[in-house]
Design a protein around this ligand. Structure first.
Ligand code: 13P
Length: 278
């Protein structure tokens, strides 16, 4: 069933656990994510977003993700990640996405406030929730680029932004980086704690791939209730696709099945790390 509303995130924050949001580029990734949610009987979010649309097409990928969520035996949300285009947000909301992220980090503070507030109005009008971003998160969303985090979220500004926009969740920049890096990113847990003290909505950690289970648990203990994961699933998918004997024999169906199962195994492990409540 489709996971509607954002109360599941507030509950997760209160119970010191987090819900993973997994990026899917195609059918097999969607299937692997759903299989992991059903095996653990935990809610998850499927991210079907802009860069994957460039490959698969918005309508086809959105349809796959929404149909898989609706048919699932567990609650699954469909989320639009890092979107800067209001028209794309409106299209996804009209298709039935349960949440969207407006990424206004490149805008001035005032312009980010204005545009985020207007996205909140549009999303809430159709029962969807909104994640926002104040400071850009380092690294490429679709490939590991060994980026370094430079800018960080200011706790006072974060509190002001959340209260003035009415967003339901806030992505934080606390040293986190998209993709794998040669040295693990250093997460500023003290800053995260201070943001969580001032900001009441659930916090979102992007760039989970490459962080240790201990660091992830430390973030969850400090108010992170949604954790975005991409590179780890990509790595599992690609390794399974290319290393099987089926791939060597040109057996695409078996190779795609192996990739789907590798995504499911990786997602299952991450779901359990983020929610150790059993
Ligand atoms: P990773 O690729 O590091 O898992 O980050 C994913 C992400 O934050 C998507 O928004």
């Amino acid at each position: 069933m489709l996971l509607r509303g954002s109360s599941f995130l507030s509950e997760a924050r209160e119970q010191s656990r987090a819900v993973p949001a997994f990026v899917a580029y195609n059918l097999e990734m969607v299937q692997g994510i759903v299989a992991a949610a059903e095996a653990t009987e935990k809610p998850v979010l499927i991210i079907a977003g802009s860069s994957a649309f460039a490959l698969a097409g918005l309508q086809p990928l959105a349809s796959i993700a929404l149909a898989a969520a609706q048919e699932s035996t567990v609650a699954i949300g469909v989320h639009l990640d890092h979107c800067r285009r209001v028209d794309e947000i409106e299209t996804c909301l009209a298709l039935g996405y349960s949440s969207v992220m407006f990424d206004g980090a490149q805008l001035s503070y005032v312009e980010n406030l204005t545009q985020t507030s207007s996205v909140v109005g549009a999303a809430h009008g159709v029962g969807a929730w909104v994640e926002a971003e104040l400071v850009g998160i380092a690294g490429d969303e679709d490939r590991s680029s060994d980026a370094l985090a430079t800018e960080m979220t200011d706790p006072g500004q974060a509190a002001d932004f959340v209260s003035r926009t009415g967003v339901d969740a806030l992505a934080v920049a606390v040293g986190n980086v998209h993709g794998f890096t040669s040295r693990p990113p250093q997460i500023d847990l003290a800053r995260l704690e201070e943001i969580a003290r001032r900001v009441t909505v659930p916090l979102v950690l992007h760039g989970a791939s490459g962080l240790s289970d201990e660091v992830l648990a430390g973030c969850v203990a400090r108010g992170v209730a949604k954790v975005n994961v991409n590179a780890e699933l990509r790595r599992a998918y690609l390794a399974a696709m290319t290393s099987s004997t089926a791939a060597a024999a040109g057996d695409l169906v078996t190779s795609l099945g192996a990739a789907r199962d590798a995504v499911a195994a990786t997602a299952t492990r991450i779901i359990r790390v983020l929610d150790p409540t059993g």
